[in-house]
Ligand binder design. Sequence first.
Ligand SMILES: [Fe+2]
Length: 501
Amino acid sequence: MSGQYYKNPKSILVVDDDLSMQALITDGLRAGGYFNIRKVENGLQALETFRKESCDLVISDLKMPGMGGLELLSQIKELNPSTPVIIVTGYPTIDTTVSSMKKGAIDFLAKPFTINSLLFKVDLLFKERSILTKDDLNIERTNWNLNEKIRKLSTINLIYEQIEKTQGNNDDIFQEIVMLALNVTGGEKCLLVLFDEANDKFYRKIFKIKGKHSIGKEAEGDAMVESLEGFFKEVIRKRDVQLLNSKETNSPHCSLLCAPLIIRNKIFALITVTSRNAACSFTQKDIFYMLNITARASLHLENKLLYESFFGSIMDTFESLVHSIHERDHYTERHSRHVTKLAVDTARAMNCSAHEIESLKISSLLHDIGKLATPDHVLLKPGSLTDEEYKIVKNHPATGESILGSIALFEDERKIIRHHHERWDGKGYPDRLSKDEIPFLSRILSVADSFNAMTTDRPYRKALKTDEAIYELQRNSNIQFDKNVVNAFISIVPLEQSNPC
Ligand SMILES: [Fe+2]
């Protein structure tokens, strides 16, 4: 070994909390001619030393209190990507090796090792690096930085995309956050707890073990909530993400990362990822990702809540408008609710999407809102209408559309309402659309609306019986109504009549 015959000027930083191991490595290096050695006991001290003065090689233990070898490795690569790091451990596994290499370790040394094997790796490393020119090292550094940036950007992009595209209720969003946290950090288990600030309590919402079904694991999740309560309170107190890396080999969690979910300055949940595998000890990068997940998810949930409350109050306003028509005409409100149920059941029978059903629900409820502008002497007239009066009544779909026109949220519903009196043969109003030109959901609404009108007593005529009304619908299939819609409607009617609203 070349190092045995001269004093090598290369500087080496040895990091190990086990002082006898630290001495063994140092003595071995000295025996190989390396005397420019600094020794520290953990990652934090190593980082401090490295920041003051960099070195030519870092030899670090994996498991250490405070900051372990992998976190140190990540931090050193951030500071100087071309500094080689050799990881030493007493518990080598494939996971540990792969993780170390992925994070940029140049080599791996399994305990127990001989002085010769240590010096062989160190000598070889320096020999290889002596061949590299300054430009080679610069390229290596630039490539590393670039790859790191690309990896970070891709991960952030993935986090944003996944959260943005999550539909459904809050539980679906929580599920997505948990899966993202596990995938992005490489954690083993993830626990999402809701925080009840008034009673200072935490409630398990989701507990997931990576790659396994979580059904039947609720008790494990609850035990975890209990055992981590003190840690959770610390996170609440600090209002920030907390990382805990334990050196205890029998600790249930070797590494633990917990971040709060905050809406309008209030912590409402905590998300925790854990790992028992030393190779997966969480690092600053994982903290960065968790902060992105929680910030993005909190924003997404807040927008959703805002939308729901905004949408809810708009719906309340419109429902009260429908109610005001009811004050004038008792038929309209009851009619709107019944039509809504019939239309929604038909849409379900025709395999409409959840979004279409939601749209149809709103537009059915509000379909006659345009009658607000119909004067009493026309709306409440017990007898048949004159041509002029009928012309006024025929304005109500377009009026309904323009009432909703000021609200961008009702784009789809406006169309459905405008065309609910169009006919299959093109003789309807207001636009005389025909067949497929008529929005599909308007065709459903038209059948439900007509059926309910026919089967309801009006001042000027008696209600038809169900079978009579069905006959009328069939008779007018592909004349007034879409035949497919009529068929689907007929399939749900007996159910409706036995369970009237
Ligand atoms: Fe109508």
